[in-house]
Design a protein around this ligand. Structure first.
Ligand SMILES: [Zn+2]
Length: 839
């Protein structure tokens, strides 16, 4: 089932991939729609917490039916979620989900904004969320987004009155939206923003409600809806050949890393928004009531509106270029209006329409996908006028040069021109990487010092070309970022953004190196050249008490893109210790310490992310008993690799191989996370696992979600999995049975073993179990009852059955010593004479 769904997602991703990469060109219908939108001066800002929270039906409706300028402000980039399509988690997943949001907006016609809030994982209450986020900074960012975007109307996805009933990030997004609504027009609030923008007062604030908010469709039907507006978001767009709902489904399906590929819907469907704040209204479907959303809204706009309305009414689908003289007239008039906000927005829209009507094709392609500072790059420019309009290429400006290059030539109809220019990447260029990852983040916040970058979905491109044209005698310029165009025999034409990379980067083979005793380990460093002829050496930075030999390894790489691997020997200290090691590559006296991560999926543009190259080294004070571990994989975790690191021999047991003979030899069998939710075979194989325990085996089952468990008997005795979780990774731990062998053999487990845990203690703990089970640990989040189901042990026959919702799968890759010590004890259960707990 899971496999099938993944195939479906991958199939879907190949359909939508073209839009992610290719420069957009417009057909007549799209130009006409752009003209319609040009004539609407109204805007809507939709606010929620995560990528995939947004209601694409409503965003698409506002953008395509109402023709409003519509944006989605997602407070986070979704770093804390799970990734269904690849290994990226945390920051890298945030980069993927940022691009998926941009992909969704390309489909539904919206724009995308963010705040600096970091998605730190599940949060039960907005109070906790706002404490871990810096509430004042996130509120400042919401205010900033509103002051910059200047929405007439704000729509919250979540209900601010539901604290504790949904993800804390969700409620917090609504709470902050309400607070911001009241202060964005107050110049005394966040005054430093006002050097870059102005105060702004949105007219109204709504909450995008739904029947599920009221428990059932029936309850919702009975509700007094006098303070709600409704829209039929099933409307059909003949110019697109699609209904609004179909577009919304395509937009949602961009969230492939979340497994959001979904079926489209057709037919009439109502969507509701509840009025919360601002100027009251009489209409049942006009959110802009009392706001003039025509060109009359801006001083000097009426004459522009008159010209553009005529184009809209008499649009020439056969020859859109026939509108160029009027469009250019409107363009000239627009340049002299005083309202800078609308001037900027509408100039951009109008230029796109002029470019599309003229059938202009302007492209700048580099001869390489990336280059380091000081490198020489050849740019190939393609310029074609595919209309009969009179167009001259006056000059072009390369962003890397201070003076323009004069051309003075007429662009004959459909006559392609190519120009080649050699450029040198400036020595002071910033590397291409997501701006919010440039500085170390905290658990709750990204650090962004440059106010003008805050909220932007991506880092602005620094290598581009400005084409200066005369269209029907009117000077107008078009800016094109440099791209890399190439082809693959099995994929056709492909595009990548052009990127600036360091001359050299280095990476370590593992994120964590665990030393289970004082034996030294060999570790591998890969050095990649960002230019030809790299010559230097690598040194390691390492924590006090540790040793690394040799002191340096020489590096010599002839070709850009090639990798050289070198080995270092790491010698741990005698006692428990942890720290970071970093490879430092020295080229001509300068040290380079970054690693380049490349993210390459068909449904999003290619991404390059620079991160500090560092790995954790941990010297554990650990004893182990037994060596042979069998592992039955679930939804995927790195527990097998982690156990191998501390010296266990781990064999992956395929579900089909689970049989009494195959289980016999193992000292312990471990079942991966959510295995009972996704592995069909366990329905038939569970009895072999329980028999294995009965005969003296040791079975450790990690967490499963409480919905859709495929077996009736997860355990040999009654036990019920609940949604109980403890999200505070520092929650105080009570050891319920300090004398229990599992907490004493072979490692004595104490409070210090629960220090330094990450993200959470655990999840989906059982909340009911029969007397055969002994609970060993208890903890709770603030304000909640103690949870005792995180680690349950039962003697069954001659063996041991252990069920644990502790998040070992998160703690191992983070190198948390106590998690390793405790797990070693679970694996050793029964290796020592078992003393049943005294009741
Ligand atoms: Zn969410």
């Amino acid at each position: 089932m899971f496999q099938l769904r993944l195939c479906l997602l991958l199939f879907l991703s190949s359909i939508v991939s073209l839009q992610a990469q290719q420069p957009k060109t417009y057909n007549s219908s799209e130009i006409y729609e752009a003209v319609q939108k040009l004539n609407v001066l109204g805007s809507v800002l939709y606010i929620a917490a995560h990528p995939d929270d947004e209601n694409t039906r409503l965003i698409s409706y506002m953008s395509n039916q109402v023709k409003a300028r519509t944006a989605y402000l997602s407070l986070t980039r979704g770093d804390g979620g799970q990734n269904l399509i690849g290994p990226e988690i945390r920051e890298l997943l945030g980069v993927i989900r940022t691009q998926e949001l941009l992909g969704a907006r390309r489909v539904d016609g919206g724009e995308q904004r963010f705040s600096r809030a970091n998605d730190f994982g599940y949060s039960k209450h907005p109070d906790e969320t706002l404490e871990i986020w810096n509430e004042d900074e996130v509120l400042a960012d919401v205010v900033w987004a509103i002051r910059k975007f200047k929405p007439d109307v704000i729509i919250n996805r979540f209900d601010h009155r539901r604290a504790g009933q949904t993800h804390g990030h969700h409620t917090a997004s609504a709470i902050l939206s309400l607070k911001a609504f009241d202060i964005t027009n107050d110049a005394s609030k966040y005054p430093s923003q006002l050097t870059l923008t102005e105060t702004w007062q949105p007219k109204r604030l709504f909450y995008n409600t739904s029947w599920w908010r009221y428990g059932s469709q029936e309850a919702f039907d009975k509700l007094d809806k006098s303070n709600m507006l409704s829209f039929d978001i099933g409307t059909y767009y003949s110019s697109k050949g699609k209904s609004n709902n179909e577009i919304a489904a395509l937009a949602s399906s961009q969230h492939l890393s979340q497994g959001f590929g979904r079926l489209s819907q057709r037919g009439s469907q109502d969507e509701y928004i509840e009025f919360l704040k601002g100027e009251s209204l009489n209409s049942s479907d006009n959110i802009f009531e009392g706001i003039d959303t025509s060109w009359n809204r801006v001083a000097g706009g009426k004459v522009i509106g008159d010209i553009l309305k005529k184009i809209e009414t008499n649009f020439n689908f056969k020859n859109p270029a026939s509108h160029l003289p009027q469009l250019l007239e409107a363009y000239k008039l627009l340049q002299i209006i005083k309202d800078e906000h609308w001037k900027t927005i509408k100039t951009k829209e109008l230029k796109t329409i002029i470019e599309a009507c003229a059938g202009l094709y302007l492209e700048v392609s580099a001869n390489t996908p990336n280059a380091a500072p000081n490198a020489d790059v050849t740019l190939n420019m393609e310029v074609v006028n595919r209309s009969t309009a009179n167009i001259d290429l006056v000059s072009y400006n390369l962003s890397t040069l201070s003076t323009g290059i004069s051309k003075k030539m007429t662009l004959a109809s459909n006559h392609k021109l190519n120009f080649e220019e050699g450029i040198t990447i400036p020595s002071h260029s910033n590397y291409t990487t997501p701006y919010w990852l440039n500085t170390k983040s905290t658990l709750g916040m990204y650090t962004v010092k440059d106010q003008s970058l805050i909220g932007l979905p991506e880092t602005p491109r620094t290598v581009f070309v400005d084409f200066n044209l005369l269209i029907e005698g009117t000077p107008i310029n078009f800016t094109k970022p440099v791209i890399y165009r190439y082809s693959k025999p099995d994929k056709g034409e492909l595009y990548r953004p052009f990127e600036i990379i360091p001359i050299v980067s280095a990476s370590l083979s593992d994120e964590v190196y665990i030393f289970e005793n004082d034996q030294q380990k060999e570790i591998e460093v890969s050095v990649k050249a960002g230019k030809d002829n790299i010559d230097g050496f690598v040194q390691m930075a390492y924590p006090k008490g540790w040793q690394v030999v040799p002191e340096k390894q020489n590096i010599k790489i002839s070709n850009k893109g090639d990798i050289q691997k070198v080995m270092f020997t790491v010698i741990p200290p005698k006692n428990q210790s942890e720290g970071l090691i970093t490879p430092m590559v020295n080229i001509e006296g300068e040290f380079y310490t970054d690693e380049i991560m490349e993210i390459d999926y068909a449904h999003i543009p290619f991404q390059t992310v620079l991160m500090p190259s560092e790995s954790k080294v941990v010297r554990l004070n650990i004893k182990t008993e037994g060596t042979n571990i069998g592992y039955i994989e679930g939804a995927g975790d790195v527990v097998p690799e982690s156990l191998r690191q501390i010296g266990y021999h781990v064999t992956i047991i395929k579900p089909a191989q689970i049989s009494p003979e195959n289980l016999d030899d193992f000292d312990a069998i471990v079942v991966g996370i959510r295995a009972y939710n996704i592995v069909e075979d366990l329905i038939f194989k569970q009895r072999f696992l329980l028999d294995y325990v009965k005969e003296g085996g040791n079975l450790i089952i990690q967490y499963n979600t409480n919905r859709g468990i495929k077996v009736d008997n997860l355990a040999p005795f009654d036990m019920q999995v609940s949604r109980d979780r403890v999200t505070d990774e520092n929650a105080l731990v009570t050891i319920l049975d300090p004398n229990h062998p599992i907490l004493n053999f072979p490692n004595k487990i104490g409070a210090q073993d629960f220090d330094g845990w990450v993200q959470e203690r655990g999840l989906y703990f059982p909340d009911k179990w029969s007397k055969e089970f002994t609970p060993l640990l208890a903890f709770n989040d603030i304000g909640e009852n103690s949870k005792e189901g995180a680690l349950l042990v039962a003697k069954y026959g001659k063996g041991n059955y252990i069920y644990t919702g502790l998040s070992f799968f998160r703690e191992f890759p983070a190198g948390v010593p106590g998690a390793y010590r405790l797990f070693a004890n679970l694996l050793s259960a029964g290796k020592q004479e078992y003393n049943p707990p005294k009741n």
